[in-house]
Design a protein around this ligand. Structure first.
Ligand SMILES: Cc1cc2nc3c(=O)[nH]c(=O)nc-3n(C[C@H](O)[C@H](O)[C@H](O)COP(=O)(O)OP(=O)(O)OC[C@H]3O[C@@H](n4cnc5c(N)ncnc54)[C@H](O)[C@@H]3O)c2cc1C
Length: 542
């Protein structure tokens, strides 16, 4: 008999809910978390300015109406400490701690076909067997530091935003270099600029950003939302992005230009990224339509930044709005009006090396006391690739995915029975409100495991045919949009040598859920359910 029914890898939003859901289904579960606390993204990313860019009312669990009613968010877009407090509250409230083991990294998972169990090894040297593995290891948990020559010679401290010292960092009076201007760089920069004597922002790609208009939550608005929260959650589940976004429902190119400007300005004033992307039906599929919103945002940058040569450098031209994560900040662009902030264009003059005293580009040297990397993650597959995962006949997952990740519905991959991926490649994942996507996956996986065990099977595995057909669908949908036009981490472009495959599913959270439900209703179509050889070879599904 296996030591456990299910091993869960990771204890972020996904792992925490997986422990609760699987345990509630009567299974023996243990989650292993490499960090010294739970929370995943919200544990590791404790840099100043770290904040949700999906509203708190949406970026929260919906599985418990009681939890939903009890918890009150203080801000529209909560900062990292509040999200972390929320996740710890969830673990307390549902008594999850006994089944979560912190400070423990899963290093290997090896499938044993004869016994239909996974042997899971952790970095304390212990090996446990489990009938199922749920990989809740995160799409954005394996952080990435660029290989800049000379970094190890730097005399000052350097930090990656995803491994920020928990005691904080005092930049008062220091000359600081910031590398990376994506969502995180845009959040952390104004915080560093507040204290540093000089902040150099090294920008390779100018990015679109819209305001948050963050505010404290109005108690009356909270009361009225809570009165119809169930209904609201249903709308989120059926939506495209996992957030009910009121759009005009019309293509922008058919609208009178003055109406378009009014709509954009209204959304700019109210804040948030998703309302922008959902304003018109053609923004993410038609370049000319997208140009209308791109130009609107560029105009706001030109309006905000006093020095027009700096403003022009900050204006994004390299990709359509939304094809990379749309950043959100209330003060990033205005920060460049401060005398202690300098924008350095490393597209035209690339970084060549770090020296003991600073950073050199092909045209200049910048003396620095500290360096900050907001350079993101080996997204979607990085955390999985760092575990030695071996499926049928010892095949390594990394080997199977040499040409890019493949997973049926983004939840399971052929050759790796009884292993599930939460928000894996081929699911809406990072292109959605991730909490909605995580809950949907965890609930689907829990039901699937229940079906396997309830039917007396020992094994469930995605078929190669179903996986191939799904992969083709994911790519077909992606290439009917503007998303592949960006060199983004959605496509693996931020990691040298990584195969370029568009990983997330853009078909929408609601339609994706319907597809997953249909697969389950058809007896897990595209999966094969079997009883292991040790019992009797009895193949019944497919
Ligand atoms: C700064 C930042 C802001 C974000 N803001 C938003 C937002 O506003 N809205 C949104 O929808 N999404 C946002 N995201 C995406 C965010 O990652 C998800 O919303 C969500 O938190 C993911 O939860 P998760 O449990 O799937 O993964 P994670 O939170 O990444 O948790 C995975 C955990 O697995 C652990 N782990 C990995 N490998 C192993 C191993 N081998 N052994 C043991 N443990 C392991 C990691 O330590 C980590 O704690 C943001 C991401 C970042 C980085």
């Amino acid at each position: 008999m296996a030591d456990l029914d299910v091993v869960v890898v990771g204890a972020g939003f996904a792992g925490i809910y997986a422990v609760h859901a699987l345990r509630s289904a009567g299974l023996r579960v243990r989650a292993f978390e490499a960090g010294s606390g739970i929370g995943g993204t919200w544990f590791w990313n404790c840099y100043p300015g770290a904040r949700c860019d999906v509203e708190s009312k949406d970026y929260s669990y919906s599985f418990s109406p009681e939890l939903e009613q009890e918890w009150s968010w203080s801000e529209r877009y909560p900062a990292q400490p509040e999200v972390l407090r929320y996740l710890n509250h969830v673990a307390d409230r549902f008594g999850l701690w006994p089944d979560i083991q912190l400070n423990t990294r899963v290093t290997a998972a090896v499938w044993d076909s004869a016994d239909s169990v996974w042997s899971v090894t952790t970095d304390d040297g212990v090996v446990r067997t489990a009938r199922f593995c749920v990989m809740a290891s995160g799409c954005l948990s394996e952080y990435q530091v660029p290989a800049i020559p000379g970094l190890s010679s730097f005399r000052g401290p350097w930090y990656h935003t995803s491994r920020w010292p928990r005691e904080g960092v005092d930049f008062t009076g220091l000359r600081v270099g910031l590398v990376g201007t994506g969502s995180t760089g845009i959040q952390v920069a104004p915080e560093i600029a507040r204290d540093a004597s000089q902040l150099y922002v090294f920008q390779r790609t100018a990015n679109f950003a819209v305001p948050n208009r963050n505010a404290t939550v109005d108690p009356e608005a909270e009361r009225s939302l809570k009165a119809r929260y169930r209904e609201y959650r249903e709308e989120a589940r059926a939506s495209l992005l996992g957030v009910p976004v009121p759009g005009t429902g019309r293509p922008v190119l058919a609208e009178p230009p003055q109406d378009v400007q009014r709509t954009y300005m209204d959304r700019w004033q109210r804040g948030g990224g998703m309302p922008f992307l959902g304003a018109y039906t053609d923004l993410l599929v038609d370049r000319a339509a997208n140009d209308t919103v791109a130009e609107f945002i560029r105009d706001r940058i030109r309006e905000t930044v006093a020095d027009q040569s700096v403003a022009e450098l900050l204006c994004p031209w390299a990709y359509p709005v939304g094809a990379k994560r749309l950043c959100q900040s209330d003060d990033y662009f205005a920060m460049f009006n401060s005398p202690n902030v300098t924008l350095v264009d490393v597209r035209s003059s690339p970084i060549t090396e770090v020296t003991p005293d600073g950073l050199r580009t092909s045209s200049e040297f910048y003396a620095l006391d500290a360096l900050v990397f907001a350079t993101g993650f080996d997204a979607m597959t990085g955390a999985l690739a760092r575990i030695d995962i071996r499926g049928v006949d010892g095949l390594a997952l990394t080997e199977k995915w040499t040409a890019g990740p493949r997973a049926y519905l983004g939840v399971a991959t052929a050759g790796f029975p009884n292993m599930f991926l939460v928000t894996g490649p081929g699911s809406p994942s990072v292109l959605s409100n991730m909490v909605v996507s995580i809950e949907q996956h965890v609930e689907w996986i829990t039901a699937c495991i229940g079906h396997v065990l309830g039917g007396g099977y020992t094994q469930v595995e995605a078929t190669a045919e179903a996986e191939k057909a799904w992969g083709e669908h994911v790519i077909e949908v992606a290439y009917s949009t503007l998303f592949p036009m960006a060199d983004s981490w959605y496509i693996g472009a931020n990691i040298p040598g990584k195969p370029r495959v568009f990983a997330p599913y853009i078909g929408g959270v609601g339609p994706y859920r319907e597809r997953c439900d249909a697969v389950a209703s058809a007896g897990y179509e595209g999966f094969v359910l079997t009883v292991s050889l040790r019992f009797l070879s009895r193949e019944v599904g497919g």
